[in-house]
Design a protein around this ligand. Structure first.
Ligand SMILES: [Zn+2]
Ligand SMILES: [Zn+2]
Length: 148
């Protein structure tokens, strides 16, 4: 699938992270530290993930995808169109891009990294939809909706 601006020679010199779906056929490799980590409590993310909130990490390109993904496009409240990629075998929602920004940025499901030491979220959006029992970590910025 996509392999945007990936430079083989950079691979050894930068920190790489790989996220994969539950069955392992769909993978995405990203470089460096996430540009932002957040949780989203919106009802679409609750349905999309099957969980009560989504945890997402944004990474700047380049990124490398291997395996087969099925796509689902959903328009956000502000009119942006998000292209979600999920594994057609096991159904894991692994990453998404915003239409028009595929070349520069990707959002990856934090759970896909299966790394309990992954950086904690800094932002919490759609706090108005947060389940009452979900407690946010100290210092996190909470927004009633999506501030962007
Ligand atoms: Zn899978
Ligand atoms: Zn959401």
């Amino acid at each position: 699938m996509t392999s945007q601006g990936w430079d083989k020679e950079d691979e050894v010199s930068r920190s790489l992270r790989e996220a994969s779906c539950s069955c392992g056929q769909l993978r995405i490799e990203v470089q460096g530290e996430p540009g932002g980590v957040g949780v989203c409590h919106c009802l679409a993310c609750q349905r999309r993930t099957g969980s009560v909130f989504a945890a997402l990490a944004g990474f700047a390109a380049p990124y490398k995808v291997t395996g087969t993904a099925t796509e689902y496009v959903r328009a956000g409240d502000q009119g942006s169109r998000f292209r979600f990629r999920f594994c057609p075998v096991c159904g894991t929602n692994l990453f998404h891009t915003e239409e028009g920004h595929e070349q520069s940025f990707v959002s990856v499901a934090v759970g896909g990294f299966a790394d309990p030491s992954f950086p904690a979220p800094e932002d919490s959006v759609y706090d108005c939809r947060r389940h009452s029992w979900v407690q946010l970590p100290p210092g996190i910025k909470a927004y009633d909706k999506d501030p962007t």
